[in-house]
Ligand binder design. Structure first.
Ligand code: FAD
Ligand code: NAD
Length: 393
């Protein structure tokens, strides 16, 4: 029996295994993940801001596949892939041989080599980093009562991509409660968002972008555009000579793929590999790369599609079909992606959205936040099972 090894139980990996199992394929399917749980990365900013708990956005990987005979879950860390030997080196278990490999190891925080970013910035990339960012913020705000250090009430969010904006939405929502709980003056809190580019929310039309920016500004956020961060100190962010002091520095300036990609000798840029039309790796017909470790050129403009859960899930569906085709000696199909739009939350009760389903819809306010919640629930429904969805609030 052939062995298909899937690395990573994120959106891409879990979905691949579910689809493969559902296809009735006659193969042993092995899923490797370093944590016992899957986390919904699309809601990590909520855990980081403290508006959700880890249990709200995680489910048990092994339990999801417990009744699936030909699916084995290995909880271990992938160190590297020996592409010639068709073997995966694991931290705690013996090397794992594969006939086919689906690499879906996901993303890590990008620092662009900026001095002090790794040491002094708090990234939001998984449950542990989200919890660490939350603890640091809460401890720092709490300390103000005794320290009276204005920097304890200053928060800097680095970059104004989606992760930063969604985090800002949650944190401004929670701030009144935090002020009450920790006894600090709400009006002395200063939240700065520092962006290198000239625009905020440039991926939306001007009306939606302005609405989103104004919404956050009204709640106390100050945006600084065309302000590239050049250094991160323990209690300040530098943009060339300009200093922005703060004792909490959230580092959300973007992501790159898993370091395992470079460590395994792939032809990569920022740990992303541009894949073939059918999502296989050039020169390695036994390997598929999907999710945030892969790059798929958009035929409309030649640039790579942004890395999203949406494209990861679509890729997983295509890979499962292509693996079934290969096992049956049939040709693989080309991956074609049609984005269904974008939703950016601005806290639990607001957001902006540009959706291309049954026409084109531009949404703002509570209706956009309902769209985001429905999409998240659908993801849980499809990735885990209906019980998990009903149990989460
Ligand atoms: P990941 O989700 O990163 O999953 C990788 C998996 O592999 C994880 O389970 C990880 O634990 C495991 N793993 C990693 N390294 C190893 C190793 N060495 N050994 C073993 N296991 C390993 N996209 C959207 O479409 N919509 C959104 O609303 C949205 N919101 C987002 C909000 C935030 C705060 C963030 C950070 C991202 C958001 N994204 C969103 C982007 C989306 O989350 C990613 O594109 C998506 O998670 C990529 O899925 P993946 O399966 O490739 O990787
Ligand atoms: P991103 O790359 O989309 O945004 C990072 C931002 O940081 C950019 O605006 C960039 O100009 C800025 N930046 C980079 N270096 C800087 C510097 N030195 N100084 C100041 N600013 C700097 O990263 P992200 O927000 O983490 O998102 C990662 C991926 O996940 C993206 O593909 C995104 O589309 C996706 N995502 C989607 C959603 C959603 O759909 N709601 C939410 C979060 C993330």
């Amino acid at each position: 029996m052939k062995r298909i090894v899937v690395l990573g139980a994120g959106y891409a990996g879990i979905r691949t295994v579910k689809k493969l199992y559902g296809s009735g394929i006659d193969a042993q399917i092995v899923l490797v993940n370093k944590n016992p749980y899957h986390y919904m990365t699309t809601q990590l900013h909520e855990v980081a801001a403290g508006t959700k708990e880890p249990a709200d956005i995680t489910f048990d990987v092994a339990q999801t596949f417990a009744d699936k005979k030909n699916v084995q879950v290995i909880l271990d860390e992938v160190i590297r892939i020996d592409q010639d030997a068709k073997s995966v080196e694991l931290k705690n278990n013996a090397p794992l041989q594969y006939d086919y490999l689906v690499n879906a190891l996901g993303f890590e925080s990008e620092t662009f080599g900026i001095q002090g970013a790794e040491e002094n910035g708090w990234p939001i990339i998984d449950i542990n980093t989200a919890l660490a960012a939350r603890k640091h913020l809460e401890d720092t705000l709490k300390r103000y009562k005794t320290s009276h250090d204005p920097n304890d009430l200053r928060i800097i969010v680095c970059g104004a991509g989606f992760t930063s904006i969604e985090y800002l939405g949650e944190i401004v929502h929670r701030m009144p409660k935090l002020a009450k709980e920790y006894g600090f003056p709400r009006n002395k809190v200063k939240i700065d968002c520092i962006e290198a580019g000239p625009k905020i929310l440039g991926m939306f039309n001007q009306d939606l972008a302005q609405w989103g920016v104004k919404y956050l500004e009204k709640k106390g956020v100050t945006f600084h555009v065309s302000t590239p961060i050049t250094e991160v100190k323990t209690n300040a962010v530098m943009s060339n000579d300009k200093e922005f002091p703060a004792n909490t520095i959230i580092w959300t300036t973007g992501v790159h793929g898993s370091h395992v990609i470079a460590d395994s000798g792939y032809d990569q840029k920022r740990n992303r590999v541009v894949v073939e039309d059918d999502l296989r790796v050039n020169g390695h017909p036994d390997q598929f790369l999907i999710g945030d470790v892969s790059g798929v050129p958009n035929p409309d403009n030649g640039r790579l599609f942004p890395t999203t859960a949406q494209i990861s899930i679509a890729q997983a569906d295509c890979v499962a079909e292509n693996l079934v085709a290969l096992m049956n000696g049939q040709p693989t199909k080309k991956f074609v992606f049609k984005a269904l739009g974008t939703v950016c939350s601005l806290g639990p009760t607001s957001g902006i959205a540009s959706i291309d389903m049954f026409g084109h819809w531009n949404l703002k306010g509570w209706i956009a936040s309902i769209a985001k919640k429905l999409i998240a629930d659908r993801a849980v429904l499809e990735l885990a099972n209906i019980r998990t969805m009903l149990e989460s609030d």
